[in-house]
Design a protein around this ligand. Structure first.
Ligand code: ADP
Ligand code: MG
Ligand code: MG
Length: 379
């Protein structure tokens, strides 16, 4: 409506935009922020993407924006030195405010930022073909490769303990102890499932503490819809950089696989529909390792398969915790929604366990094949 439009134009007036604004419209299918496409009235000037950052999910927006500034700057520098790369399209570009800040805070306390809109691109909520999966793997792999020389300890934890399974398990144990709405008796099967795997699922963190897995700059929200593809379905740019922070590569691989290989919904009620699409797994893995194999350690390559089981396990634990807590965090559409989500994620863990050897073999073989190619090129 008129009032909302005026508000958005007031916000945009604080940014150093070129040309003029012809329209501001809701855009994309993100679940976290409010995103708008801003069309320019001057044909020679760029279009923009305006976002109101969700500061309930991200409690410290200024620190998060510092992360994004550092990461996009680093990516841009790296791409400028790569022949044939197109830094303007392959990295998000923040448009500064008139005071040269990366965000504007309005009188109501909302945080706003503006990026250049990447024209002619789209993101997919569901992976449809192995080619797309390959492109997704390449995009997230390249992202990690370009950031491999950015000291992760320079970055802030935009959501502390985000993929920390030990902490997630502590929160679950706490909820079980409190049992605020009397649901614990009903979920003993799920709690048993978690209990059986708690130790093993903490392996990646343990290896990290022992110095066997390096902490790197990772994306941490590697859903397929966070890659923009161009009109030829080629990966162009990794977006949604809010959760970029120190992490393990297995987290990025695992969350991408979680959302790529299972074509059923995240909250599928019919557990028999939850399967691993092996061709999509293979294609993603090939794209990912093509870009990362040269710098990943042997331990890291070995950690990718456990990462694939860890990420749906974490999601299941989070949904189960919220169910026991009385549904405070996730929006639910019916009373047992969180329990159904937890069951779907745990079923995915089970089918991944059933395919464990095959997936690990594919990772190892792909990695060795790229090693052989690299060695051949050196001769
Ligand atoms: P959320 O955290 O809410 O998912 P995103 O940053 O992923 O927010 O943005 C939501 C959607 O907006 C994306 O899925 C993508 O389709 C679109 N989008 C984001 N940034 C750009 C951009 N710079 N150019 C074009 N489209 C974009
Ligand atoms: Mg997104
Ligand atoms: Mg996001």
């Amino acid at each position: 409506d008129q009032q909302a439009d005026t508000k958005l134009r007031d916000v945009l007036a604080h940014f150093a935009l070129e040309g003029g604004i012809s329209s501001v419209m809701l855009y994309g299918s993100g679940h976290i922020h409010d995103t708008y496409a801003v069309k320019n009235s001057q044909p020679e000037c760029p279009d923009y993407l305006l976002q109101r950052v969700n500061h309930h999910v991200f409690k410290n927006v200024p620190l998060l924006m510092e992360n994004i500034e550092q990461v996009t700057e680093h990516l841009r520098q790296k791409l400028q030195d790569i022949p044939g790369a197109r830094p303007e399209e392959e990295v998000l570009t923040l448009v500064p405010t008139l005071n040269n800040q990366s965000y504007y805070q309005d009188p109501e306390g909302n945080f706003w930022r503006v990026y250049l809109l990447l024209e002619g691109t789209r993101s997919y909520d569901i992976v449809e073909t192995p080619q797309q999966a390959f492109e997704g793997g390449k995009a997230f792999g390249r992202f990690l490769a370009l950031l491999a020389d950015l000291d992760a300890t320079q970055l802030h934890d935009s959501i502390p303990d985000f993929h920390n399974i030990e902490n997630r398990l502590r929160l679950l144990a706490e909820a079980v102890k409190q049992d605020p709405v009397g649901r614990v008796a009903q979920v003993s099967k799920e709690l048993g499932f978690v209990q059986q795997r708690a130790e093993e699922m903490s392996t990646i963190r343990r290896l990290g503490r022992e110095g066997k897995l390096p902490l790197r700059t990772t994306h941490n929200d590697t859903k397929f819809n966070n890659v923009l593809l161009d009109k030829y379905d080629k990966a162009l740019c990794v977006i949604d950089l809010d959760t970029v922070m120190p992490g393990y590569v297995a987290y990025d691989f695992g969350d991408a696989i979680r959302t790529t290989v299972n074509k059923a919904a995240e909250d599928e009620a019919d557990l028999s529909k939850i399967k691993v699409d092996y061709d999509l797994f293979k294609a993603f893995t090939e794209g990912f390792l093509q870009e990362t194999n040269a710098f990943l350690t042997e331990e890291e390559v070995k950690s990718l398969e456990p990462g694939v089981r860890l990420l749906p396990f974490i999601m299941g634990v989070r949904f189960l915790t919220d169910y026991i807590d009385g549904d405070n965090y996730y929006k639910i559409h019916f009373p047992e929604h969180n329990l159904q989500r937890a069951r779907a994620q745990f079923r995915l863990v089970e089918v991944l366990e059933e395919n464990k050897e095959r997936l690990q073999n594919t990772i190892q073989k792909t990695s060795q094949a790229y090693k052989a190619v690299a060695a051949e090129q050196l001769r």
